[in-house]
Ligand binder design. Structure first.
Ligand SMILES: [Cu+2]
Length: 172
């Protein structure tokens, strides 16, 4: 039978505190962080998007607003079931997702997968239309990764201690 000595429980608690502190310390440096909401205004013109590259991390959310400075453009985002029609000189865009289209000033999007997703104009707008593209780059969630690794290490050390410690201190 597996018995937990007082020592192993104290060690486990100490390890938990240390790893929790480490995650907090590293996350406060900004190198690793929790989910963030990005408010981005996407401006479409012939034949480019501004910004051409949107960067975020997995778990982040985007709040996209759209504007066109010349003609009707589109914003089709790969892998996210999202197509937006951007009329010129209007704050409202036509947003198609999940088979439904409605007028909206803002599109909210939770980034559930990391990777590179191209966005491109989906309304024929002129000669260079096929080249009107940009990229959404979703990096991995390092906070999640760091806590997973630390929790794993903690579990291994804790279990090893629980098995080894009682034998070492045994009465025999
Ligand atoms: Cu276009």
């Amino acid at each position: 039978m597996l018995r937990f000595s007082l020592g192993s429980i104290v060690t486990l608690a100490a390890l938990a505190a240390v790893s929790g502190g480490l995650v907090w310390a590293v996350s406060s440096t900004g190198a690793v962080r929790g989910p963030v909401e990005h408010e981005i205004r996407v401006v479409a013109r012939s034949y480019a998007f501004e910004p051409p590259v949107i960067r975020a991390r997995r778990g982040d959310s985007l709040r996209l607003r759209f504007a066109s400075t010349d003609v009707v453009h589109g914003f089709y985002l790969e892998g996210h079931d999202l197509d937006v029609t951007i009329p010129p000189l209007s704050r409202r865009a036509l947003v198609t997702r999940g088979g439904r289209t409605e007028a909206a000033e803002e599109v909210a999007l939770v980034l559930e997968r990391s990777g590179k997703f191209r966005f491109r104009c989906s309304k024929t707008c002129g000669a260079m239309h096929p080249f009107m593209q940009g990229e959404l780059i979703v990096g991995p969630n390092r906070l999640l990764l760091a806590s997973t690794i630390l929790s794993g290490a903690l579990l291994v050390i804790g279990l090893a201690w629980a098995f080894i410690a009682p034998e070492r201190k045994g009465p025999r």
